[in-house]
Design a protein around this ligand. Structure first.
Ligand SMILES: [Zn+2]
Length: 244
């Protein structure tokens, strides 16, 4: 019986039966994987309290012949307790965890995604709530923009994706591959320069600077760019995002 002994962040917990929970994890050396925690829902379970979405743990998983392993042990590395002190933070973290669940393939280890996720949850756990929906927090949008970079899906931002012209760039098309100039704009939808600049800023700056580089007026446009790219290339629409 193979076993896994790794750091991981809990992405999701699903009640599986009266006592058991199925968990999705992201780990630096296993990527995204699932396992069952037997008895985790029983009161007094040693596992239960540690297996919450957003918690960074050290986990031991025994793997049988099937794909789904069984959680044998879990110890907390970073609880990100601040997430539970503010509904805003928890909802922002929910958007981040959903992004990993829906847009990152299973069993592909990408350590940069793990450390990006840990950094993002750490920032959100102490974040001061902003006006507006948590899904538009620049830390959430910055995380999603960086996921596109790691996944090789970064759209072209500095010149027209269709003809190469330096601009002015006035529209966006995920299908064409990025921003579009005036002459090519009919292939996309109008998008203002503020959203483009904010997107480029989120890609190019550390997450700690996300709120500075992504002003309030640009956030809906950035979310839309990210949503269109995820839909075009992965066929994914995030439930926590505005419908496209
Ligand atoms: Zn063009």
């Amino acid at each position: 019986m193979a076993s896994i002994d790794t750091e991981a962040i809990v992405l999701r917990t699903i009640r599986f039966s009266e006592a058991d929970v199925v968990l999705a994890f992201y780990s630096p050396d296993q990527g995204r994987f699932s396992a069952i925690a037997k008895g985790a829902r029983k009161s007094g379970s040693k596992l239960g309290g540690r297996l919450q979405p957003g918690v960074w743990i050290h986990v031991g998983v025994a793997r049988g012949r099937g794909d789904l392993g069984t959680v044998r042990s879990a110890s907390t590395i970073q609880a990100h307790a601040g997430l539970w002190q503010e509904g805003y933070r928890l909802r922002a973290a929910g958007s981040v965890l959903e992004t990993v669940l829906r847009s990152v393939p299973e069993h592909e280890a990408m350590p940069e995604i793990f450390y990006l996720l840990a950094r993002t949850l750490g920032l959100l756990a102490v974040a001061v709530p902003l006006p507006g929906p948590p899904r538009l927090d620049p830390v959430v949008l910055g995380f999603q923009a960086k996921i596109l970079v790691v996944s090789g899906l970064l759209p072209r931002l500095a010149s027209c994706a269709s003809c190469g012209s330096p601009g002015p760039l006035v529209a966006f098309s995920a299908h064409a591959g990025g921003m579009l100039c005036d002459s090519c704009a009919s292939a996309g939808e109008p998008l203002d320069g503020a959203a483009r600049n904010a997107f480029a800023g989120l890609v190019g700056h550390p997450l700690a600077d996300a709120r500075e580089v992504c002003p309030p007026g640009a956030r809906v446009g950035v979310e839309r760019m990210i949503g269109l790219v995820l839909k075009e290339h992965l066929g994914v629409t995030l439930r926590s995002a505005m419908p496209l």
